[in-house]
Structure formats: C-alpha cells, structure tokens
Ligand binder design. Structure first.
Ligand code: PGA
Length: 260
C-alpha cells in the first residue's frame, strides 16, 4: 500500500517572517499519520523552517540541488548542504527549471543520481506542454523525460523515488488536468517504471499529480488509483487550502480497497 505524499512547492515566495508564520500554521493542521507531508521553501528559508519543523511530522524539502559535492560553483547548493539544513526531499527537474534555466534531461539525470547517492528523496518532475498534448505527443514526451532521468538507475532502490506528473499547461494556470487525464498519464508512468525498474519498484513508487491542485479539486484527483499524492504550488502558500489537500489525501487511502 502506497502512503500518499503531499508536498508544497513554495517556489520563489516568502520572507523568513512569512515562512515562519506559514509553517506555524501548518504544524498541527497538516500533520497526519495517513499522509506524508513536506514543504519545500526557497533555500534562504530552509534552515529556519527546518528548525521550526523539529518534532513535527512535516518533512523539509528543497526545490533544486547541484550534483557536485563542493567547489567553485557560484550560486549552487550541494546535496550534502541540503541534508545539513535538514532536508529529506528535493524537487528535481521542475518545468520552471527546464523552461527558464535550460535544464535538460541529462542534467536531471545527474541531479537525480546525486540525490540518490546522498540519501535525499527525489521528487522528479515530468510533464508535457500544451503543444505536445495537442499534438498527441504526451506519452512520447513522458518517455523521453523518464528515459533521461532514469538513464543510470541500475542499483537504485527506484521504489523510493517520487515522480511528479505535472503537465506544463496546468502549472499556475488554474486549469488542472481532469482526473481521467491524470490517471491515464500516471498509469503510463507506472507501466514505464515497471519495465525499466521492475514490478516491485513500480508498485512501491509514489506518483504525485501537480498543476493547479487546490482545495476544491484535490479529492477527485487523489481518488484516482495511480495518483499517490500532490505537488502543490500556489495553494501550498495558504494554510487552509494546503490543510484541505492533506485531508483529501488522507481520505484517499480508502480507495486502495477498491483497486483490482
Ligand atoms: P501550481 O504549481 O499548484 O501553482 O500549479 C505546481 C507546481 O509547479 O509544482
């Protein structure tokens, strides 16, 4: 049985005071035995938020990492630095990194390998653009991104990796994928992982949906059999909305009974 995971991607938002205020609200209201919950603040707030989360069930994640251990890489942050700041998770290959900062599948692969080597739980983001979906190329795009990210997965415990399916056209647009579209893509991803990493890893892997998840649509998306949680942007900045999404994930646990 896969435990759902809901992660908040705070992106480039919140000062230290604002981040502290939000995390204080999340503590208690967003903690559940039935759901893994994480927040991914900007680098500047990691340490502060990590301190505030001590003793809480909410985990800490970063939004990116660099693959080298140390050195002359101005502006970059290493996996060990993230672990030192208290991170358990790291988002890799978010579409905004790919679009605005030129991240390629090969870079995603190196980042994923670095996260695995350093004991961080990676949240690997993949997803098609609207042009790719309209052109009937969704599965082709997902295959290309997965093949790139998992190019060196031999010897990894792939079931521990989290994949986030985030259609680019749904991110920050208010237009979420339909539950059917999400389920179709998630089932495809799980099948691909089964072929590449084995049936056990495919069964264990959590696949999150991301893209305009909010308090109103979370429940129906999370009810889909292959949707194992959510990667939440905008709605993760509001304690009420994020709490509702976490509760929807907890309630989705019962769907397991209905899986064939
Ligand atoms: P959104 O962002 O929820 O604001 O659409 C999701 C994401 O980019 O991870």
């Amino acid at each position: 049985m896969r435990k759902p995971i809901v992660a908040g991607n705070w992106k480039m938002h919140l000062t230290l005071a604002e981040a502290s205020n939000l995390v204080q609200q999340l503590k208690g209201s967003c903690e559940s035995d039935a759901v893994e919950v994480a927040v991914c603040p900007p680098f500047t707030a990691l340490s502060t938020v990590g301190q505030l989360l001590k003793g809480s069930r909410i985990g800490l994640g970063a939004q990116d990492l660099f693959w080298e251990a140390q050195g002359a890489f101005t502006g970059e942050v290493s996996p060990a630095m993230l672990a030192d700041a208290g991170c358990r998770y790291v988002i890799i290959g978010h579409s905004e990194r790919r679009t605005h900062f030129g991240e390629t599948d090969a870079m995603v692969q190196r980042k994923l390998a670095a996260a695995m080597a350093n004991g961080l739980t990676p949240i690997v983001c993949i997803g098609e653009t609207l042009a790719e979906r309209d052109g009937g190329k969704t599965f082709e795009t997902l295959t290309k991104q997965l093949s790139g990210a998992f190019a060196s997965c031999e010897g990894w415990d792939c079931g521990k990796i989290i994949v986030a399916y985030e259609p680019v056209w749904a991110i920050g647009t208010g237009r979420n994928a339909t539950p059917e579209q999400a389920q179709e893509a998630h089932a495809f991803i799980r099948q691909w992982i089964g072929k590449r990493c084995g049936a056990e890893a495919a069964e264990a892997m959590r696949i999150q949906y991301g893209g305009s998840v909010n308090a109103g649509n979370a429940a129906i998306l999370l009810q889909q059999p292959d949707v194992d949680g959510a990667l939440v942007g905008g709605a993760s900045l509001k304690a009420d909305a994020f709490g509702t999404i976490v509760k929807a994930a907890a309630a989705s646990q019962t769907k397991v009974v209905n899986r064939s």
